[in-house]
Each structure stands twice: as C-alpha cells, then as structure tokens.
Design a protein around this ligand. Structure first.
Ligand code: GDP
Ligand code: MN
Length: 345
C-alpha cells in the first residue's frame, strides 16, 4: 500500500459536469412549514440517511427548513454532518429542561413500580425513563419550542426512516388549501398494556368538556362501541404532517394538561401516537384528517406503499406494493375507512 497523498486527488474537469443543477429544480415553498427532527447526537448516522432520502425525493425542490431538537446541545459533528445535506435553512435547538424531564409532581416510587411492572410484562421500552420523556415531549411540547413557534405546519421525521417514492406535490400546501389538520400514512393498534387507564381519562375529559368534541368527528376510528371502549387504533406518529395551531389551540392544550396531570406518561407509558390520534380524531372533524396514499414511507418494521398503481409507477417507488402494511391484519386502515378522507384513498 503506497498511500494517497493530496496531490494524487486530481479534480475532474468542469466539462465532465453536464449543465444541470439543483437550483433548476427549486420551486418556492409556499407554506409556513418546517421539518422537525428529534434526535440524540448518537442518532447522527440514521438522521443523515433520513435527510438524504427526503431531500432526494422531495425537499431538494421545495427547500422547507429543518428544526433539530435534543435535550442536550447538538455536537459540532452532528451539525456539520447534517448541514451538508440540504440547501435549506437548518436550526438546532436545545429543549428546555421542564419540557423534557419527569416533573416533580410525579410520585417517583409509583413511577418506578410502573416501570418494573412493564419490564416484567416484557413491554418494549417498558423500563425506559428517557422513552417516557420523549413521548411526553412529543405529545405536549415540541410545538412550543422557541424554534418552532414561528411555524404553523410541521413534518415529523425520525432517524432511519425511508421515503420510497418521489413526492412532487407539496403536502403542506395541499393541507392548507384543503383545510386539513393532521396527515398520516400508517395506522395500527397500540399495545394495551402501555395505556391501561388512558381511555377512561379521555372519557372523563369529554364529560368535563363536551364542547371540544367536533361535529362529525372520527370516533368510529377509535371505538367500535360508540365511545365506550377504545379499539387501540392510532396513527403511527413517527410520520406526521400537521397543523400546530391545532396542538396550540384550547381543546388540545386543555386535553394535554388534563392527561399530564394524571401522570400516565410516567406511571404507565402513554405514547404520543395514541394521545395525538385521539385528539385529532375527536377534536377535529373526520374530513380534516388526511391519509396520504401518495407518500411511500417506511419505519422499521412497517411500510406504506402507494395503493394507486399509477402513483407507484410515476413516482418511481422503491417499495414492494405487495408488502403494503395497509393490508396487514394489524393495520387500522379498515377502521380509518370510517373517516371521511380515507374514503378518497
Ligand atoms: P420508536 O420509534 O418508538 O421505536 O422510538 P425511537 O427510538 O425511534 O424514538 C422516537 C424519536 O425520538 C426518534 O426521533 C428518536 O431519535 C428520538 N428520541 C428517542 N429517545 C430520545 C432521547 O432520549 N433524546 C433525544 N434527543 N431524542 C430521542
Ligand atoms: Mn422510531
């Protein structure tokens, strides 16, 4: 091995570069919107892969900005490695302590007992405190972070997810113009043992505040018994495109405060997915919930692959339509067929 000195790295002459640039693909982004990525410094590799895919499939044309959030400050290495991936603006924020850590109002003995019980039951993340902090933060705080305040719309992205198809339309503009509040690609059943008391608190809240229930809401997505019992269906919130004015509004603010006061984010292991989903399904009319068949999306182990074959072909999808989670017995798509927009799918 001779080694390679810098002198050996000869530049490729300009004439080998055809006249094509990212700039020529750029369209003005229209909505007041941002990507939001919650990540640890150790999530850098997966974060880079996710951004690379959303840039290639969508954002190299639209250039929506990014907000990265973390309870610790982002390392220079993290910032450097994501910064090279997009021409869009990127901002890096630290989460205020009281938006992340277990509040002092929580009885730590009781929380500890709850975690131990879930470990014994073999529940995923059952013993994890940081996972609970994350779920509570995603439920009630990300949209209140100072870097997020200036935006109305967000698209949540996680490390190591996949975008399988070109996305040549602007989902934010579509949602804004069509009066949508919340969009999903995958819906499924929650593990009941993570939320044993959640539905009874939801029912109590509704009794206290019947005025927040939307007319023509999507209760049928959540309940097969007219609201008596929860069927565990929820939108898989690792993908979310939504209107933060909904989370910032009175109904959701009161709802989150009510649930947070019950302590179930720590005594149990309430996820942001059921909390967001229940609120969207009850406090917004079903017609404002959007299913995006067009967005091929994968978060291990599940994939939504467009059902529409023209979309799959025209958008050059890399997913296998036969493995679409929509048709899985564990999918709640059959339930979401009750909500108005899914009928359009
Ligand atoms: P899962 O999808 O339910 O298996 O949970 P993940 O481990 O993917 O976490 C969900 C999101 O929260 C991802 O974007 C993670 O990067 C992020 N996340 C999870 N735990 C932490 C944490 O302790 N700190 C930070 N900053 N981000 C976290
Ligand atoms: Mn994840």
């Amino acid at each position: 091995f001779k080694g390679v000195t810098p002198a050996d790295i000869t530049p490729i002459p300009d004439r080998y570069y055809p006249p094509f640039s990212n700039e020529s693909l750029t369209v003005d982004h229209r909505a007041n919107a941002t990507f939001v990525i919650l990540a640890r410094n150790s999530d850098i590799d997966g974060t880079v892969r996710s951004i690379r895919e959303i840039e290639d499939r969508f954002n190299r044309r639209f250039r929506y900005p990014y907000v990265f959030l973390n309870e610790e400050s982002f390392s220079d290495d993290f910032k450097k490695r994501v910064s090279v991936l997009s021409a869009a603006k990127m901002e890096f924020g630290t989460i205020p302590r009281d938006h992340w850590y277990q509040p002092s109002s929580i009885d730590e003995k009781k929380a500890d007992a709850g975690r131990n019980r879930m470990v014994e039951q073999g529940i995923i993340y059952g013993g994890s405190l940081s996972y609970r902090n994350m779920c509570r933060f995603n439920s009630g705080f990300f949209f209140r972070h100072p870097l997020m305040e200036k935006y109305r719309w967000y698209w949540r992205i996680e490390p190591d997810v996949h975008f399988h198809c070109d996305i040549r339309f602007d989902p934010f503009a579509y949602m804004e113009e069509n009066n949508k509040v919340y969009a999903f690609t995958i819906a499924m059943y929650e593990f009941e043992k993570t939320i044993p008391s959640l539905w009874s608190h939801v029912k109590d809240f509704i009794k206290l505040h019947p005025e927040y229930l939307a007319k023509d809401n999507a209760m049928r997505f959540l309940s097969d018994t007219g609201g008596d019992t929860y069927n565990l269906c929820h939108f898989w919130s690792n993908f979310e495109i939504a209107d933060m004015s909904f989370w910032r509004g009175e109904a959701y603010t009161k709802f989150f405060e009510y649930l947070d006061d019950k302590g179930g984010f720590y005594y149990e292991r309430w996820g942001d997915a059921p909390v967001h989903s229940i609120a969207a399904a009850l406090f917004a009319p079903a017609s404002q919930i959007q299913f995006f068949d067009q967005i091929g999306y994968e978060h291990n182990p599940y994939t939504h692959c467009p059902r529409n074959e023209d979309t799959w072909k025209e958008e050059k999808c890399t997913c296998d339509p036969k493995r679409n989670f929509d048709y899985d017995g564990y999918s709640c798509m059959k339930q979401s067929a009750h909500s108005a927009n899914a009928r359009n799918a």
